[in-house]
Design a binder for this molecule. Structure first.
Ligand code: 13P
Length: 345
């Protein structure tokens, strides 16, 4: 195992107050988002959209790594330049989503288990050859009546650990994504309890599979009340609950935590990350950063709408969200940064 290379890549991904851009939506997910905005659901439209992202000048000042999807890592700009090269030109490290999706879990109604371990060693070797230096695998935990089950938490953590071990063998930094979903009427306290159980199990399984925690990143949810919960805590309360939960569960040797946005508005996601860094940044051994998809890309898609004429404005919106989130990493984000581009958090 190329230990030092893994450690250097993991540290590089969270250095200089930068964060990650998740642009690894599967084709069905990307098409669903396109359909809502009346954008054609074709390979060419998906390519054109991703070209817009990988050619945004200055993006590398805020984004350290971009997570691609199998289709995207093979795509090229109109002029024939591979996307991987375009990203490298911006100073952005290419990564790749390698799970094959969260599927219904046998014997566990309304729960999911993430698949993709079969043939993973060979796929990782191919992706490394294509230029990827890190990978991502997402497990999802649903909170509900009698949910999650212990078996769902354990099986997903086990799969994440086996994925992470294979990544490190291949020289790729694993991003270990364990997402406790926001959907539902549960309280923030319940989300905190479940997130804590899930992360404890994840690090237990990572230990059993001999994963080097210095050479990985964790991608968790923030600790939030369910979307339908009547009580919605303040930005500061969310920040405190999230950091306290992570302090209990994540080894200090992990270089960084890069949050998913999970359906939060772009402004709220930035404000909550900012609050965590404002209060805790100097007290934590590990970096708290972002690995957002929707909270960075949604405003971009809404401007682009599939039209060439909107590319420049879309790139401006992308750069704006990337800058807001880099500021949040430094505890320097303020709602006034949004100008008239966004809603207040
Ligand atoms: P969101 O930020 O939209 O939750 O996406 C993050 C991600 O990578 C999901 O796997």
């Amino acid at each position: 195992m190329k230990t030092q290379q893994l450690i250097d890549t993991a540290r590089g991904l969270v250095s200089d107050d930068k964060g990650l851009l998740a642009m690894d939506e599967s084709n069905p997910t990307c098409d669903k988002r396109f359909a809502k905005l009346g954008i054609p659901q074709t390979e060419e439209a998906r390519r054109a959209y991703r070209e817009l992202i990988v050619t945004t000048a200055g993006l590398g000042e805020c984004i350290s790594g971009a997570i691609l999807y199998d289709e995207t890592i093979r795509q090229k700009k109109k002029d024939g330049t591979p996307f991987v090269k375009a990203l490298a030109d911006l100073g952005i490290i290419p990564g790749i989503k390698v799970d094959t999706g969260a599927k219904a879990m046998a014997g566990h109604p309304n729960e999911k288990i993430t698949e993709g371990l079969d043939g993973l060693r060979e796929r990782l070797a191919d992706y490394f050859q294509m230029g990827a230096r890190f990978a991502k695998w997402r497990a999802v935990i649903t909170i509900g009546e009698g949910l999650p089950s212990w078996s769902c938490i354990e099986a997903n953590a086990h799969a994440l650990a086996r994925y992470a071990a294979l990544c490190q063998e291949a020289g790729l930094v694993p991003i270990v994504e364990a997402e406790t979903l926001m959907e539902g009427g549960h309280s923030l306290q319940r989300c905190r309890e479940i997130t804590e159980e899930a992360l404890r199990m994840v690090f237990h399984q990572l230990h059993i599979q001999k994963v080097l925690v210095e050479g990985m990143l964790l991608k968790p949810n923030m600790v939030l009340p369910g979307l339908d919960c009547a009580r919605q805590e303040t930005v500061e309360e969310v920040a405190e609950a999230t950091v306290k939960c992570l302090l209990r569960t994540v080894p200090a040797a992990v270089p960084g935590i890069a949050f998913l946005s999970g359906g939060q508005s772009p402004e709220l996601a930035s404000a909550r990350l900012n609050a965590m860094n404002t209060v805790f940044k100097t007290k934590l051994p590990l970096a708290l950063t972002f690995s957002f998809s929707r909270a960075i890309q949604q405003p971009v898609l809404e401007i682009w709408k599939g039209m060439e004429a909107n590319v420049a404005a879309s790139q401006k919106a992308l750069l704006h969200r990337a800058r807001c989130n880099r500021a949040a990493r430094k505890g320097e984000y303020d709602a006034s940064m949004e100008g008239n581009q966004g809603r207040k958090p």
